[in-house]
Design a protein around this ligand. Sequence first.
Ligand SMILES: C[S@@+](CC[C@H](N)C(=O)[O-])C[C@H]1O[C@@H](n2cnc3c(N)ncnc32)[C@H](O)[C@@H]1O
Length: 348
Amino acid sequence: MNESPSPHKRRVRYSGKNPRGFAQKYKEHAPALYPETVQKILDSGKTPAGAHRPILVEEILEALHPGPGQLAVDCTLGYGGHAGRLIPLLCPGGRLLGLDADPIELPRTEARLRELGFGPDVFTAHRCNFAGLASVLAREVHRPADVILADLGVSSMQLDNPSRGFSLKHDGPLDMRMNPKKGQPVSALLAQITATQLAELLSENADEPHAAPLSVALAGKTFTGTLDLARAVRAVLSKRPEEECNLSVRRVFQALRIAVNEEFEALDTLLKQMPQALEAQGRVAILTFHSGEDRRVKKSFEAGLQSGIYSALSAGVIRAGEEERRANPRSTSAKLRWAVRAAAPNEA
Ligand SMILES: C[S@@+](CC[C@H](N)C(=O)[O-])C[C@H]1O[C@@H](n2cnc3c(N)ncnc32)[C@H](O)[C@@H]1O
């Protein structure tokens, strides 16, 4: 049977009204064709649509000491920014396994890193949750890693693409799953949750000070999209200053995102597996973006130091300097901690 060729699709035309939608920013989606446009956006402290700026890169490289012949795992490959810097330092003879739960962005990142010249001998991409790190190591390399990085949360590509349902700026379906094929979207969670459960979730996942009134207004409700939910949050806090409302909208989105992706459960599992996943004297660095994550990393690393699993830890958290914060505002809340696996582990 003859199939007629698929009709040519025209690019969605920009209507001329500001702001441009994510899909209309076609120059930003093609940095190789429009390098000047992309550089202008970077210089203005913004991240081009469809891209992600890696955070605290030099500090992470210094903490991880990657060297030739070593095996590294990037548990949160994202755009491949950190991975792209790590891989050359592992050569010759080393390799990096890049993990990510996102089936939409992962193939794009794999293709981008291949285009940069990283073949399957030095880099492989694995679509999986980092809670499965031990299985990936057992299946792919049969040994622990020398270097492990986790840069938690979501990427700019995910946040900025309205169709993923994370966006506070543009309307989209109320989804927020990193892997849209797994679990339930935020819309389903909100429709089923009780006010008591939601209040607990907002406090636990985002330290939301208005958890009680917000949970009564939002639990069991149906929302048409991300902006509808944001409006409902603002309506509850209508007597509060605008800045306070904006912070609550962000925190509600963060708390719901953490819940549908089971982010704390995944992080707890990763931290538990870390001692077995790391080679003696291997190094781990974890970048967190809010207190719920940082508390877990701090507690786990400190307990490991006390029991002799780790031999050294970063002295407190490492934060982005003023210049990086200005160039990339998303680095403002980032906290980096690192740990070194003991040479002669004493796990008794
Ligand atoms: C902040 S971005 C990482 C950016 C990356 N370091 C870079 O330089 O481009 C976080 C990434 O981790 C992924 N992610 C978050 N939690 C995950 C999990 N539990 N398992 C696997 N991937 C996860 C997200 O899908 C996202 O792509």
